[in-house]
Design a protein around this ligand. Structure first.
Ligand code: PLP
Length: 355
């Protein structure tokens, strides 16, 4: 069998959830499990985060799967409904959609759910992605209050720079100022906001990436935040090559040996979810030793430097990210973030689960 696998630790996920809980104060916690729980699997996320007060997903299908698994907590649909046909399903499965554009209000008006539902009313406080303009809050809140199928409203916004120096207050203050008069509960915090700005807690927090053991910041590691890696992508060396000085390895011979050296070929490529953009020098563990990738990543293979592990031959274990090698370090070297690496884990990679 091809030696690649992803080891996913339910324990680490549960631990990370407790960290999110401890940073949430009295707020309730929505475990964000979109994108197949950031590549970790919805069913594993349900078990690991069973103490969550709710789950946040993108699609009706994910929500329906969670209900089938026995989830009784509130389920938030992060982008709300995509058409009026989804309203009856929200009622049937007791889902809480985000309302962020006027057509969604029209749909609810014209096709009220048979059972009233909870909604999250999203305002744009500066990110300019989803949400009603803050200046329209009086009219929008009044309109949603008047909808017959709406049982309760939670106000919501999302931060653009919670992980940067600019922070959250330039968005949070206008959001709270505008909405204070409505006397409604609110939700604003993603992982980056939650960990640094307790004033963003509100009624519900919405941690995602931190639950999966990665840091939302570039200047603070997951370990420093008390988080544990929950996905370890590992494989083995399946071939060894001796390169003479001047010889190259991989497509385009992008890497050239400066002196005689041993190169290991690892059973992991971009079709497994490893980033093709990772350049020579991306960190990798061979036999537990920190080494580096060499040259271009292929579809099913990549090359690594065996100079630091002279004993490593075919069968030597390789960690691409996870335990002993933070996914954030690999992401940084590949010019992306941990989110992209975790959710890109390919379906063909077998998963072993650890409690
Ligand atoms: C994905 C998402 C989150 C979680 O963000 P993280 O950075 O992963 O913590 C929170 N809120 C909304 C609206 C999201 O789409």
């Amino acid at each position: 069998m091809r030696p690649i696998q992803a080891r996913i630790s339910i324990d680490a996920m549960a631990h990370n959830f407790r960290v999110a809980r401890s940073h949430s104060g009295a707020a309730r916690v929505f475990a964000v499990v979109k994108a197949n729980a950031y590549g970790h699997g919805l069913s594993r996320a349900r078990r690991a985060f069973s103490a969550a007060d709710g789950f946040a997903v993108l699609t009706l299908e994910e929500a329906a799967n969670l209900r089938l698994m026995g989830v009784e907590q509130p389920i938030m649909l992060l982008e709300g409904i995509f058409g009026p046909d989804e309203i009856p399903i929200c009622a049937e499965l007791d889902l809480s959609p985000v309302l962020h554009h006027a057509a969604q209000l029209d749909w609810l008006m014209q096709h009220p759910p048979v059972r009233p539902i909870q909604v999250f009313l999203k305002f744009d406080s500066g990110m300019h992605r989803l949400g009603f303009p803050l200046v329209d809050h009086e009219a929008i809140v009044a309109r949603v209050r008047s909808l017959p199928g709406v049982a309760g409203i939670t106000l919501m916004t999302h931060f653009a720079q919670a992980d940067e120096v600019a922070g959250v207050s330039w968005q949070l203050q206008p959001f709270l100022n505008a909405l204070a008069g409505h006397g409604l509960p609110w939700s604003s915090a993603n992982s980056a906001a939650l960990l640094r700005y307790p004033e963003t807690q509100g009624m519900w927090t919405r941690p995602g990436i931190m639950l999966y053991g990665a840091s939302p910041y570039v200047d603070q590691s997951a370990a420093e935040l008390g988080l544990r890696p929950s996905m370890t992508l590992q494989s083995e060396i399946i071939g060894v090559q001796m390169l003479e000085a001047g010889e190259g390895a991989g497509y385009g011979l992008l890497f050239r040996a400066e002196k005689k050296m041993r190169v290991g070929v690892v059973a992991c490529g971009y079709a497994d979810g490893y980033p093709r953009h990772a350049l020579t020098g991306t960190p990798v563990l061979v036999n537990g030793q920190r080494s580096r990738t060499l040259g271009r990543v292929s579809m099913d293979m990549l090359c690594v430097d065996l100079s630091v592990a002279p004993e490593a031959g075919v069968g030597a274990p390789v960690v691409l990210w996870g335990e002993g090698l933070p996914v954030d370090a690999v992401a940084a070297a590949a010019g992306t973030n941990s989110y992209e690496l975790l959710c890109a884990l390919a379906a063909r990679v077998p998963v072993t689960e650890e409690s």
